[in-house]
Design a protein around this ligand. Sequence first.
Ligand code: ADP
Ligand code: ADP
Length: 228
Amino acid sequence: MFISIQNVCFSYPNTDRSALDQFSMNIEKGEVISILGRSGSGKSTILRLLAGLEKPTQGTMTIQNEVIFDGKTFLQPEKRGIGMVFQDYALFPHMTVGENILFGLFQMKKAEKKKRLAEVLELVELQDYEKRYPHQLSGGQQQRVAIARAIAPNPHLILLDEPFSNLDAELQVKIRKDLREILKKANITSIFVTHDENDAHALADRIVKLKDGCIDMIGRPCDLLGIH
Ligand code: ADP
Ligand code: ADP
């Protein structure tokens, strides 16, 4: 099992209900998982717990058999090999596309960095944009830079929070397809959060539907079609 999440529970301080209750799932290498649910159902909380921004109150999480949390162990966020793509992309405006992507590669040697930058630029089809600044790019292109930056260090897993919410409807359809192709080509394991059923169905290998912090349904898009 590539990623294992078992019986994870979490409540925010000073709240009387749990944001996540007994959440369990296993994820295979290269799988694209969508977490679907209404606002407040616990989607962001899962990402925050995996990324190490919050500590579960109980449960176990492992990546490639390494324990990242189990009550005794709390692996620091930077050691988890998890990349994040934020809702607003969080690109550095004063840095070029190339510099933004290189930012995550500070531990690599210079020659290695150059090679990796070329690889990820090709993957997201932005070879000619290395010297541009974020404000010179479209929303979809900015999103691809954010994805390139997240996957450049070869993380075990990338987390995407509402990756389409800042794009107009027409662009969303194209970008969904592009994003799935990028993730599959690079065999990147990913979890993305959305409140949009169409996004989840178009992109995911498996969908986890959350309701009030619990798993309501889990399955392949074809298995969940028509079930609401
Ligand atoms: P979603 O991402 O699906 O909108 P969240 O994971 O953000 O849901 O929230 C799950 C539950 O936890 C909700 O009831 C929400 O109000 C609550 N919650 C989220 N963040 C905080 C916080 N910082 N403090 C207290 N409660 C929070
Ligand atoms: P998202 O679009 O990611 O679901 P939310 O509106 O749920 O965003 O949350 C935005 C921010 O507000 C997050 O940092 C979350 O932790 C915080 N938050 C959400 N619900 C609460 C709450 N009930 N009390 C305090 N902070 C909250």
